[in-house]
Design a binder for this molecule. Structure first.
Ligand SMILES: Cc1ncc(COP(=O)(O)O)c(C=O)c1O
Length: 350
């Protein structure tokens, strides 16, 4: 008999994970669009590889380090959907492009010129997606003239290639005020930039946008070519209220280490589960509250607490920070643990 996992342990239910991947492919079926799964969600190459195929040709990364880990694991098409400005990282990107198709986001001419010099030295070409600020007011160009000026720099720089544009509208929650208007406005600006570039003679093959919360709107949009969703494969409880065909596929397994009338304690604290979107949900337990400290989850219940030493799964509210707290993830099939994979890009934030 296989002994129970030593806890706390991060576990992915591969049946659910694969079903989420299939559901994404079903959403994309017949639309002509692709998905470029954002692997910041799990930082785990073995999971990333399971998302590829059918309508997914490559992955999205947030950092150069994530991209390096994915390429080392055999993934040959990566988008770093983020601005990179320092020479050392640009040199790493150029090196990476010797082994894979690499694209990065840019919103300023100076890093594009620096990337061009690094690419020339490495004898490679790196794709660039011109980043457009569609809603978040974080990175990205904010006007068509700014986009045109940047596009001219990209087109004129050897070793870099203008592949298209990207915008990321961020998480637009179900009850966000004026939700439809905000998303429509974001995509309208993306179209405006695209049309301006095309009218000026630039080729815009890629229009990349969207996370899981806006996946349906992005798929319905006529100009979006690919979606960058990431969380869909593992899900977070706050997105379950949306009309999406995805289910929660990961949990942190804990052991009941103390029990009392009205509450029990499991060894699942903030050091193993991300709480930025609220506490985790205890599976199969009617809890009135779950409170986390460093190493403990205190679960308030009305009925009899589970047995001392028994195991309880906790579904994290924030999956991305949860994965980044673990060296490896256990994988289950049909409820049985079948393997353990390294979260190889854990901590690869540079
Ligand atoms: C630029 C970018 N694209 C796509 C995503 C994916 O969004 P989600 O994880 O909600 O699917 C993120 C997530 O933070 C992101 O930062």
């Amino acid at each position: 008999m296989i002994p129970p996992l030593s806890t706390p342990a991060l576990v992915v239910d591969l049946d659910l994970f694969d079903a989420n991947v299939d559901a994404m492919n079903e959403l994309l079926q017949g639309t002509g669009k692709t998905v470029r799964p954002h692997v910041k969600t799990h930082r785990t190459p073995e999971l990333a590889k399971r998302q590829l195929g059918q309508f997914a040709v490559g992955v999205t990364c947030a950092t150069v380090g994530e991209a390096e880990v994915m390429v080392a694991a055999g993934i040959h098409d990566v988008l770093i959907a983020n601005e990179v400005v320092d020479e050392a990282k640009l040199a790493r990107i150029a090196r990476l492009a010797q082994f894979a198709n690499v694209m990065i986001a840019a919103d300023d001419p100076a890093p594009v010129e620096a990337l061009s010099r690094a690419a020339k030295r490495a004898g490679v070409t790196v794709g660039v997606l011109l980043d457009v600020d569609v809603l978040l007011h974080r990175c990205g160009v904010v006007s068509v003239p700014e986009a045109l000026a940047l596009a001219r720099v990209i087109e004129g720089a050897p070793g870099v290639r203008l592949d298209g544009i990207m915008g990321y509208e961020g998480r637009v929650r179900l009850h966000t005020e004026r939700r439809d208007e905000l998303i429509a406005g974001a995509y309208a600006f993306l179209h405006k930039v695209r049309d301006g570039l095309v009218a000026a003679g630039h080729q815009v093959d890629v229009v990349s946008t969207a996370g899981t919360s806006t996946i349906r709107e992005a798929i319905a949009d006529p100009f979006v070519t690919e979606v960058q969703a990431g969380v869909y494969a593992l899900m977070e409880s706050e997105l379950l209220v949306m009309d999406l065909p995805f289910r929660c596929a990961a949990a942190v397994r804990g052991t009941v280490i103390s029990r009392h009338p009205g509450h029990f304690v499991a060894d699942v604290g903030r050091r193993v589960v991300g709480v930025e979107y609220g506490p985790p949900v205890a599976v199969g337990i009617e809890a009135s509250a779950v409170a986390l400290s460093d190493e403990h989850a205190t679960v308030a219940i009305a009925g009899t607490p589970p047995a001392l030493g028994s195991q309880v799964d906790f579904i994290p509210g924030q999956i991305r920070t949860t994965f980044n707290l673990h060296d490896h993830v256990w994988v289950s099939r049909g409820g049985e643990i079948v393997d353990r994979w390294p979260v190889s890009a854990r901590g690869a934030s540079q």
